[in-house]
Design a protein around this ligand. Structure first.
Ligand SMILES: [Zn+2]
Length: 144
C-alpha cells in the first residue's frame, strides 16, 4: 500500500487527544463504544518489530497510559487491546473499553452484534483532558 492510499497517512483518523513526534492518540466515534481510542504511529510502518526497541516501548507506554485513563474515567468491565492492521497496515493499537452489556460482549467488537447498542454518554471532553494529562506526564517522565 502506498502512503497516499492509506487513510492513517491522509488524516488523523479520529478526534485528536494527544500528539507526540512518534504517535498520536485519537478518540474514535463508534456507536455503543464511547471512549474507544487508538494509538497511531505517525509514520507508515506496518509492524511493531519494524521499530527500534525504544520506539516500541514508547508506543506501548502510551497504550498503557490510555488504558489506565479509560479505566479511571469510565470504569469499564474490561479493556480490549488489539493491533490488527489487515485492512490498514499502518501501525495502530485499539484500546477499547468493554462492558458486559455492550453490543458484542463477550465477543470482540468486530464480531456479529449480540444485542442492541446501550447508550452510554460519558463526558468526552473530561475524558480527553484526563487522557491528555496522562500522556503529557508520560512524555515529561521519559524525556531526560
Ligand atoms: Zn499510512
Amino acid at each position: 500500500m502506498q502512503t497516499q492510499d492509506c487513510p492513517l497517512c491522509q488524516d488523523s483518523g479520529g478526534e485528536l487527544v494527544w500528539q507526540s513526534a512518534l504517535y498520536r492518540v485519537i478518540v474514535v466515534d463508534e456507536a455503543g463504544y464511547p471512549g474507544f481510542c487508538r494509538v497511531v504511529l505517525n509514520q507508515h510502518v506496518a509492524e511493531m518489530t519494524d521499530l527500534p526497541p525504544e520506539q516500541r516501548t514508547a508506543i506501548m507506554n502510551a497504550v498503557w497510559a490510555v488504558e489506565e485513563g479509560l479505566r479511571a474515567e469510565l470504569q469499564p468491565h474490561k479493556i480490549n487491546l488489539a493491533s490488527l492492521g489487515n485492512m490498514v497496515p499502518h501501525l495502530h493499537w485499539h484500546v477499547i473499553p468493554r462492558w458486559q452489556d455492550d453490543r458484542h460482549f463477550p465477543a470482540p467488537i468486530w464480531a456479529a452484534p449480540a444485542r442492541e447498542p446501550i447508550t452510554r454518554k460519558p463526558d468526552l471532553a473530561r475524558l480527553k483532558a484526563a487522557l491528555a494529562s496522562r500522556l503529557l506526564m508520560l512524555e515529561t517522565f521519559t524525556k531526560e
